[in-house]
Write a protein of this length. Structure first.
Length: 160
């Protein structure tokens, strides 16, 4: 009988490979839960926002301007988390649009699109919705998630 071989990593862990594995896990969750994944959004958003605030210094103090506050969110999301190559959150009245170039989860979202499944959950948008609630007291609804070859766009609506 052959004994189990212990394998130790010889090379530095590839960030690209770790991201791909996490994307496959996310894709599997989407595939199993389908529209039921929407219920996870608030919880995931709360955890992401908590980490951004407690561990990485995101603050909503000192301004009432939603665009300025969401610009702070974008700074942490892009420069600290490295979530995408480039991104912006644009506020126009009660409409909010998140646009991310080459985000970490693009691969999973593209797999969904190939299978004809429309994403109903977008973790960073969920964190934005929680942030909006935190600094304005208003709820934000994710209206549409569009996945393209190089970027993801999420349309949100601030209610009330």
């Amino acid at each position: 009988m052959t004994e189990a071989k212990v394998v130790e990593r010889m090379n530095k862990r590839s960030e690209e490979m770790a991201t791909k594995v996490n994307n496959l896990i996310l894709y599997g969750i989407y595939k199993v839960l389908g529209a039921g994944a929407r219920g996870l959004g608030n919880s995931i958003g709360e955890e992401l926002l908590h980490a951004m605030m407690e561990e990485y210094g995101l603050s909503f103090e000192g301004s009432n301007d939603p665009q300025e506050l969401l610009n702070r969110f974008t700074e942490v999301m892009i420069n600290t988390f490295g979530f995408a190559e480039k991104g912006k959150i644009d506020v126009k009245g009660n409409k909010v649009t998140l646009k991310l170039d080459n985000p970490m989860d693009l691969y999973a979202l593209q797999l969904l699109a190939k299978k004809g499944m429309k994403p109903v959950l977008y973790p960073m948008a969920n964190a934005i919705a929680v942030a909006i609630k935190k600094f304005s007291g208003k709820n934000a609804l994710i209206k549409d998630i569009r996945v393209n070859e190089k970027h993801v766009e999420v349309d949100m609506l601030i209610l009330g």
